[in-house]
Design a protein around this ligand. Structure first.
Ligand SMILES: [Zn+2]
Length: 491
């Protein structure tokens, strides 16, 4: 008898439009119709921001105007596709190449992620093909379970715990995949107001993600926020005003065979000798320079990831045996050029970087690294820095390595190039990348490359080889002149 009465009471709470469960997981699940929602599509416009590519270590991620944004989510697969049309906003006073409209298509299905884009090297209007994005699975999966309905579904399925908050509502928490903790605020109106979680990043470690949902409206029978703001690593990455929502659309996302069959190749490292004791360390999209000093090695640039750094370090030590890597020179803070720095800290190298970057790295590297502990997280070594704001020289008493800020370059405010005066070699990245083959120079010269050339002229550097840390080959100063529409010089 007693058991029967309890069951009746539970049933009444679960199904009725009752005030008792307002602000709870059950209340929001019922009010937003999360149980019956198998898929959703929402569209709008606003801003997107390029995570990890701030123009200075003290500025937010740079903004793009988004004229069209559509996210299609299938909660059952689970799978999602995000399409947008965006173009970079050029900040007042910052010279950038003329922005080009981009139309990325980003997809995840289960444990596969891919983009749809023209093949690498093809014309921008070539037919898009699936391009595997193994490293994007974590973020895109998060995007599914951090939507309002996805959050409620995942919370219900993963034994969420709840804590009431003052003024009504509750904070609901659960853990996915045994490691990603989600916390969401459900307000007294049964709306998911905010979702917080973390994802892994090579520079920032456990990177905080916070998505704020506001101005809920009825979109043809489904309650959905009309504004979505997402921050990642402390700054906005998305700010969308939602204009339409469809409940339970067909979202059929098949994993392409080329994506399913893809396995990431091993990191490739190739050494090209530029001069005695100076090596161009290539083999991927991002290169480094290794310099054999009297009793140590200097490496310029630690791009991408620990995997790349580990492979580069192994190859450099094989080529230049029995010497420690004493210095790692960092060109700038963009994450594709700083993602491998921590491996060199663990290796015992001093990080040589513009003074503006040091506090950024110190703060970033102090963050927890529970999602994907790297070598430095395990060793706990303290980073050593050598910083500068003007010309800086590393020397072993024989060979000088000169480091110069690339002054006034719109790409980044704490941006350096490396010059070897004896060998007349310049190493730089993201100011100039020589085009492949006989590709013509851009119709409008890149202000980044023009500024690089002006810096070389102002500093009176006698450059014979430009070892660009992106691009297919070593270039000459005449190549750079041609690239910016200047006549060749006979020097
Ligand atoms: Zn950059």
């Amino acid at each position: 008898m007693h058991t029967f009465r309890t069951l009746v009471l539970v049933a009444a709470l679960g199904s009725g439009a009752c005030a008792q469960d307002a602000g709870t997981l059950a209340g929001a699940t019922r009010a937003l119709g999360a149980t019956d929602l198998k898929s959703i599509e929402f569209s709008g416009n606003g801003k997107w921001f390029q995570f990890g590519q701030a123009p200075s270590p003290v500025l937010p991620w740079p903004a793009f105007d988004v004229s069209a944004y559509t996210a299609s989510v299938n909660y059952e697969t689970p799978a999602a596709r995000v399409q947008m049309t965006r173009i970079q906003v050029v900040e007042p006073g910052r010279a950038r190449p003329a922005p080009v409209q981009q139309r990325p298509v980003q997809v995840v299905s289960g444990t596969n992620a891919w983009n749809l884009a023209p093949p690498p090297g093809a014309a921008p209007d070539a037919a898009p093909v699936p391009q595997p994005q193994v490293e994007a699975v974590e973020e895109r999966t998060m995007e599914i379970w951090a939507t309002p309905h996805g959050f409620l579904k995942a919370a219900t399925a993963n034994n969420a715990t709840s804590e009431p908050v003052n003024g009504g509502g509750s904070d609901v928490s659960f853990t996915l995949d045994g490691k990603h903790k989600y916390t969401g605020r459900i307000n007294a109106q049964n709306q998911v107001e905010r979702v917080q979680t973390t994802i892994d990043n090579t520079v920032l470690g456990d990177t905080p993600v916070e998505i704020t949902y506001s101005d809920y409206r009825d979109f043809g029978g489904v309650q959905f926020p009309s504004r979505i703001v997402r921050t990642q690593g402390g700054y906005p990455v998305l700010d969308i005003t939602v204009s339409s929502v469809t409940a339970n659309p067909a979202v059929d996302i098949a994993v392409p065979e080329t994506v399913r069959a893809y396995t990431a190749p091993a990191v490739n490292v190739e050494m090209e000798k530029l001069a005695d004791g100076v090596f161009y360390v290539k083999g991927g999209s991002h290169h480094s320079i290794a310099i054999d000093q009297r009793d140590h090695i200097v490496v310029v640039e630690a791009p991408q990831s620990e995997a790349r750094s580990a492979a580069v370090i192994a190859k450099v030590k094989e080529t230049i045996p029995n010497k420690p890597i004493k210095y790692l020179v960092n060109s700038h803070v963009h994450f594709d050029h700083s993602g491998g720095l921590r491996t060199y800290v663990d290796e015992g190298a001093t990080i040589v970087t513009h003074a503006l970057n040091r506090p950024y790295y110190e703060k970033a590297w102090a963050a927890p690294r529970t999602l994907n502990p790297d070598r430095l997280a395990r060793s706990g070594k303290a980073p050593a820095f050598e910083t500068f704001t003007d010309k800086h020289v590393l020397t072993d008493g024989r060979r000088s390595i000169e480091i110069y800020p690339i002054a006034g370059n719109g790409h980044n405010d704490a941006f350096v190039m490396v010059y070897l005066p004896a060998e007349k070699i310049l190493a730089e990245v993201d100011a100039y990348a020589p085009p492949a083959g006989n590709a013509p120079p851009p119709a409008t010269p890149s202000p980044f490359a023009v500024n690089l050339y002006e810096n070389i002229q102002k500093l009176k550097l006698d450059v014979r080889q430009i070892a660009a840390l992106h691009g297919p080959r070593v270039a000459t100063l005449n190549d750079l002149r041609a690239f910016i529409g200047q006549r060749a010089a006979t020097d």
